[in-house]
Design a protein around this ligand. Sequence first.
Ligand SMILES: [Zn+2]
Length: 178
Amino acid sequence: MDTESTIDKKYREQLFRCYFRNPILKGSGKSVKWASPCPFCSPASKTESRRNEKVSALIWVDAWNTWTFTCRRDACPHRKLSFPRLIEELNPQLYKKYQQERYHAGSTGWQTNCPNPRDSVIPLPSKHQEKQAKSKNSRSQGTGFPRSNGNQRNPKSQGSQGNPTGADAPQDEDQQGI
Ligand SMILES: [Zn+2]
C-alpha cells in the first residue's frame, strides 16, 4: 500500500471525510482494505445496526496500484467500482478534478483505470469536412468502382448527379449477415 499515488491518497481521504463512516484499515502488507458502511446502500437500511454494518470495502489491488470498491449487499446499486468510478458516482464534480489531476500527471488513458478527460481529445473535423468525407464514402459504395482522379477537377458535377446511394447500404449488410 505504500505505492498508493499521492493523487489517489488525497482523494481517498476526501471521500472518507465526506462519504464513509469510520473506515477501518484491515489486513497488512499488500493485502489491505478499508472496511466501512456502504456510502450507497447503508443509509437506506432500516436499523441502526444494519446502517453501521461494515458491508463495503476499498480493497487494495497491488497489481494495479490502486483501490477497488466493493459492497457485499445484493441490493446495492454499486457492488463493484474502480476507484475513479467510485469518485464519479459519489461526486461527479470531484471526479472531474481528480481526472484532470491524473491527466496532468500522465496517468490517464490506455492501460490505466482512468479515461482521458473529454476536452483533451483532438477536436472533430468541422461539419463541412465531415460532410465531404461522408458523401465520398457513400458514393464509392453506390457505384462500385473507384472514381478516377480526373473527376476531382469538377466536384460540382459529382454532387449534381445526386445518386441517393444510401439505399444500397442495407443490402450490403444483409449479404454480410448471410
Ligand atoms: Zn452497498
